[in-house]
Design a protein around this ligand. Sequence first.
Ligand code: HSE
Length: 309
Amino acid sequence: MATVTVRVPATTANLGSGFDALGAALAWHSFVTLSAPHEGIVVEVTGEGAEHVPHDERNIAVQAIKALIAPIGAERAAPLRSGFVLRLDNCFPLTRGLGSSAAARVGALVAANHLLGAPLTTEELLAIAAQLEGHADNVAAALLGGVVVAVMASQKVRWVRLIPTAELHLALLIPDFELATEKARQVLPSQVPLQDAVFNVSRVALLVAALATGNFHQLQEAMDDRLHQPYRQALMPWLPKVFAAGMDAGALGVHLSGAGPSVAAWCADPETATAVAEAMWQSLNAFGLSGAFRIVPLDKEGATVLGDE
Ligand code: HSE
């Protein structure tokens, strides 16, 4: 039986103004291990969500592998067709806006593709992952690393990856409650005023340019958003106070991490990031809510095959 392990990063999507278009990979990793051939499908899960996620074919990582098998044909997919053993070691929290579903899907896809001798390209893996996820921002960052601009265009994902010119540190505030992306999307309007669209177009352009050129003093304005955060605030009324606490403590820019409820504050150094995280955590506590915080730099590699046996 052949075995491959893939390390896959947590991700933060949107970065405020880049709703459904921007993602960043975080140096906080989970692991996906795939062994095949095997008679039947076995799913083992450790760590976050181990008791709650499905241990059978309903598991999203299993579904990702099935989505990969379909287009490549029976012959090339032979080692996986009778079954496999899939082990998910979940090291960061689920359903908090940190890209856990993207990590599971991307990790499984990269592992399966490697085990089969790489029949699919990175572009093809990304297209499958984005299709399954419904948006490309988290999966592109999880697969590629760094900060990724990802656009879904007629079955393909157009992307550009960039690494900011200096090491940035993200202070993540992770509230102790789950928020399903689906629920956080239901509060969004189907139409927005033109001036709000213009507001975001200008800011996301500023954001990408600022990250690419090291103009980090622009991040606060550049991360501002009128397309999703103001609506999602109905589910998270503490957001403005937590954002303000992070900025007052020295963050360069603050945004809701993906669909929430986690918050990401971009900082120039680890010491500032720690002060920012503590300030945001205290602000959250003032609303009677508990949570955790963590300081992470960006991941620059994306999903990585660690080794196979
Ligand atoms: N772009 C998606 C959203 C990310 O904001 O709904 C979900 O993690």
